[in-house]
Design a protein around this ligand. Sequence first.
Ligand code: HT7
Ligand code: ZN
Length: 863
Amino acid sequence: DGFIHLADYRPPAWRIPSAELQFELGPDATEVTARLALSPDPAQPGEALELDGEELELLAIALDGQPLPPERYDYDGRRLRVHGVAADCTLETRARIHPAANTRLEGLYRSGRLLLTQCEAEGFRRITFFADRPDVMPRWRIVLRADRAAYPVLLANGNPVSTRELGDGRHEATWENPHPTPAYLFAIAAGAMERVSSTLETMEGRRVELNIWAEPGDVARCAYALGAVERSLRWDERRFGRCYDLDVFNVVAAQDFTMGAMENKGLNIFNARYILADEATATDADFLAIESVVAHEYLHNWSGNRVTLRDWFQLSLKEGLTVFRDTEFSADLHSRALKRIEVVRLLRSRQFPEDAGALAHAVRPDRYREISNFYTMTIYEKGAEVIRVLHTLVGEAAFRAGMDRYFADNDGRAATLEDFLAAHAAASGRDLAQFARWYSQAGTPELHVTDAFDAATGDYTLTVTQNTPPTPGQPEKLPLLVPLRFALYDASGRAITAPPEADAVVHDGLAELTAPTHVLRWRGLGARPLPAFNQGFAAPVKLHFDYTVDQLARLARLERDPFNRWDLLQRLATDALLGAAHAEAATAALGDALADLLADASADPAFVAECLALPDFDTLAEALPEVDVDTLVARREELLDRLAEEQVEGLQARYDALADAARGGLGGEAMSARALRNACLAWLTRLDPEAKLAQAQFDAATTMTERLAALRCLLHFQAPGADAALQAFRDAHAQDPLVTDKWIGLVATRPDPEALDEVQALMATPWWKPANPNRVRALLGSFARSNPLGFHRRDGAGYRFVAGQVVALDAINPQVAARLLGGFESWRRWASPRRELAREALASLEGKLASPDGRDLLQRLLG
Ligand code: HT7
Ligand code: ZN
């Protein structure tokens, strides 16, 4: 069946204590000589020597300096087997690879005029022969040779050791990485790059040079990313006591990159969109995303690199943990509440649907066919939520002690989830056996809470039941350890501080749920209190409590936790949209709450903007057993139109009042003002067929944040000036691929079934670059993931189009193609005829996808 199983894990039969690689770099052909010290595991004597190597041209092979005759080895294009070796030895191979022909962007490839690598998860085997698994961790010496004119900068992992001229126009640079490092963290980068730099001294007294490298012309837009590296480094020292451990930290920006960025040891390689920024070309959201991705990759230096993974089943051990760390970084540096809102929006719109769909899997899966398909919302975002659950349960001090212990016990090792849990269990003194179920059970847990009040005795009870729905391969679920925060408010709005009697551990307003049902009981209350739950979204669950509209509206004013105030308004909007019995009352209450917020000059404008942003299509769809796309989109639009009409004065007043504050650069106050102004602008444009305000903002904008928001309004509301504005924007930024991606994304997401025609028309222009992942995401990813009316066209043309593009892209970059296919993950819940149309589109792919990535995903989707 092609599955690799966690239960089949065996330690490597051969170890590789050191590796020396020499590259003769060229875009069309590169020769790689690898000298590997090999040592058999004494516990597994007699095991054959086998190395990974994919599509390599083997030019030479020698053992302990002696060329090997053909009968001593065989290579089938995937595995190299060397016969008759049983003891320590040195294997030398020479292989040829072809970077310019590598459109998969795995292994060594060309991006613009740079040569770059991407090795996670299994790309190193496309560079040379090696035991390409994360528990094989040599120390590395890397020698790069290339034509000096074309490749003046030669970078690799670790510290620079020496450089020299080779006399024939070529030059050489040698690097050493002294830390035991798996092959997936290997990296080189070569080409004409310029840099911005700074130096600092770590808490341990090491002087470190920080460099951000980019192609000439882009370097002026690297300063913000450099600052973000400095902030990340200092934050990890402060909050986790972790210092940087090499003499240089290099970061390279690449226009062609399959994902966001890569944490290679000492040489991070980034998608240029997460490095390059200035106010004329990047939005405020781009700046914040850059800071958070830079932090994420930097923070991997401890959570992933110093302590790495035993095997790919443990992927969330580095990814979930590092997302937790980067969100804490952002929360500490900016607004904790706004960061939490951003994360919860992402969870609800993308991770919950994944966890409820055909591709659902556990945070630690127990089998996979293709690991590239597991870089998912569940591994990253749910994985981070699970760490947050642990943090909530044990508290900051014990959590930090557990992390210190984890790093100390596993430094230089390839660890497992069990190692992580053991460190935290030891530091906190807690038994984490039930907590560990979060890692093995897929699906979003649901909590149903009911209450009862006995007016005669004053007894008030909350009954909480939990269940996790079935997911593919997991029909039955066990109860999880869920930290449920709660608060009770009395009739005058004061919080009731008396703890309940409970059949669960309760402390500090938090009940530790462990059983299918728990009861919390308060005695002698004077009146029925109003309960509130899950402050800060401490538990990543769906919580159901049958509030009346009045209760929701009252709580939205009472709750101290800003996250919950926002969440209660989201709940009112959801009730208004999904046709609850009290939809009309919910709409009215939501309108009142928004009017209050718009009138409240003391409220953070960015928070008000978040409250104005109703739940998106995916979040709403996920709450429904069956999705009727047209009705859902129409209801959402109707509600927005109605609210806009009701709030027009408040919206206009805030828009005008914040004009000065919005002009203030990248400070929090200015960003916040721009966020609310842009939210108001989008609502106001609904009422203005001429889109005069949007046109005026577009014409006068001094930042990309303002200009792009105005352009979105013009295009999406089909304003009279839309075409001219698009053309002006397009021409002004024609040389900048990242800004080009922005307008292409706007075209692809115009909320109209006809958007498909425009997407197809763009594919016939030079703007279409199918080998560039950012461009594919801008055009096709936005269409499939963020244009419900286009993708879900009633005639099925959206599904057929995307399926056809998956076939074309599968032959270019299978990982990008597989992500696009992921847009079908919820197809079984789409109401007829869409379900049948989607099934037909998927079925049409059978036999047409050559890559393991595409085939695995298709099999799971059709399951
Ligand atoms: N750890 C990195 C993952 C990644 C990746 C995975 C598969 C194919 C391409 C890739 N590029 C980067 C990114 C991160 O989580 O930090
Ligand atoms: Zn990561």
